[in-house]
Design a binder for this molecule. Structure first.
Ligand code: AOF
Ligand code: ZN
Length: 364
């Protein structure tokens, strides 16, 4: 089969994978097509977290002869028992002769074992067809599964002089309506939005998706000292999501009544041990990943941005810059916190966002 033909069928598998979207997170988006006599005879993709894997879904849609067929799959078939039984041994026992694979599975439980198993069973395996495309598609999954934490996108709305408040009391609007639309669209694409307790106190945000279709993300409030009020708007703003409040064990011990009041309001209070009465951000992210959160949109405030930057925990960043000055406002990043972020972005683009500018960067 020529390279162009292989790429044509892999493109079809990638197009299927995309359809999994946020429903499969924190698992990967995976697509598969079965080809016989130069034609696609079956298609499948991973539809939702915990559901059938793409390869299984694809095979279940085919009743014909498997002899002489080739399966194109965007990610290496798995070898572990997870929510479903392993795919690679099942595929090895079929008469499918050849497997064309986009990328190896970065999951440490698989990591090449699927490819080895298929080859040992006498199958022809070609790895890396449109491999970069497959890696790009599952950028978040790769980061999350290898680092055991959600993929982190930081969203900052700031003035020209790098301030996220104007310096007065209460909530400030920095950027305009176009940015607001972009941010709400972004929210539909993340498992959860994270903010600090101070931002909740000052802005009282709802952190829902408004003015467009899409699911509300879960909400995470970093609240080491357990100060969140049960009448905060984000608690009642949406019924279809979970609000997590992350506190230290010390605060939970001292402020039992507060914790009970929040739990009554439907909030999940999670204690994470950071030592010295502070939250350990790396540990918090590990706990969130274990809760099934594979991607996180970090929306502020300055202290939170600073902690993510200082911890080297930023995978992607959107900075929205408004053409205004606020010399008395609070800087987006506290002094010194950006030092750990001084590395080249692997991707950097600027876009117009109405009267504001959107600087979009990714870090490897
Ligand atoms: C998917 N969908 O189509 C493929 C995956 O808990 P499980 O059984 O769903 O296993 C999830 C792992 O299986 C995932 O981390 C990845 O390593 C592998 N392949 N996963 O969700 C798929 N092919
Ligand atoms: Zn599988």
């Amino acid at each position: 089969m020529s390279k162009a033909t292989d790429e044509k069928f892999m493109t079809a598998a990638l197009d299927l994978a995309v359809q999994g979207g946020r429903a499969v997170s924190p698992n990967p988006m995976v697509g598969a097509v079965l080809v016989r006599g130069g034609r696609i005879v079956a298609r499948g993709y991973h539809r939702y977290f915990g559901g059938a894997h793409a390869e299984v879904e694809c095979l279940s849609r085919y009743r014909g002869d498997l002899k002489g067929t080739t399966m194109y799959v965007t990610m290496e078939p798995c070898t572990h028992y997870g929510k479903t039984p392993p795919c690679a041994p099942m595929l090895a026992s079929t008469p499918i002769g050849r497997f064309v694979i986009g990328m190896a599975d970065p999951n440490p439980l698989v990591a090449g074992r699927g490819i080895t198993l298929l080859r040992k069973a006498g199958k022809r395996v070609d790895l890396g067809v449109l491999g970069d495309e497959a890696e790009d598609l599952n950028r978040r999954f790769v980061r999350a599964v290898t680092q055991h934490r959600p993929y982190v996108h930081l969203k900052v709305a700031q003035t020209l002089d790098g301030r996220i408040t104007k310096g007065g009391a209460g909530r400030d609007m920095i950027t305009g309506p176009e940015v607001r639309r972009v941010v709400h669209a972004m929210r539909t694409d993340f498992d959860a939005v994270l903010v600090g307790a101070n931002t909740v106190r000052v802005d009282d945000p709802r952190l829902t998706v408004r003015g467009m279709q899409g699911d509300d993300p879960h909400v995470v409030v970093l609240d080491g000292r357990l100060t969140l009020a049960e009448d905060a708007r984000l608690i009642r703003a949406s019924k279809k999501r979970t609000v997590y409040v992350i506190v230290t064990p010390e605060a939970l011990r001292k402020r039992r009544t507060r914790a009970v009041a929040l739990a009554r309001a439907g909030v999940q209070v999670l204690a994470v041990d950071g030592g010295k009465g502070r939250l350990d951000l790396r540990a918090v992210l590990g706990v969130l990943y274990d809760e099934g959160i594979g991607s996180l949109l970090v929306e502020g405030g300055a202290d939170v941005f600073g902690q993510f930057a200082a911890g080297g925990l930023i995978d992607e960043m959107s900075i929205f810059v408004a053409p205004v000055l606020a010399p008395r406002g609070a800087p987006a990043f506290p002094t010194g916190s950006l030092a750990a972020l001084v590395r080249e972005a692997s991707y950097m683009h600027t876009h117009d966002a109405g009267r504001d500018i959107w600087i979009h960067a990714m870090f490897d």
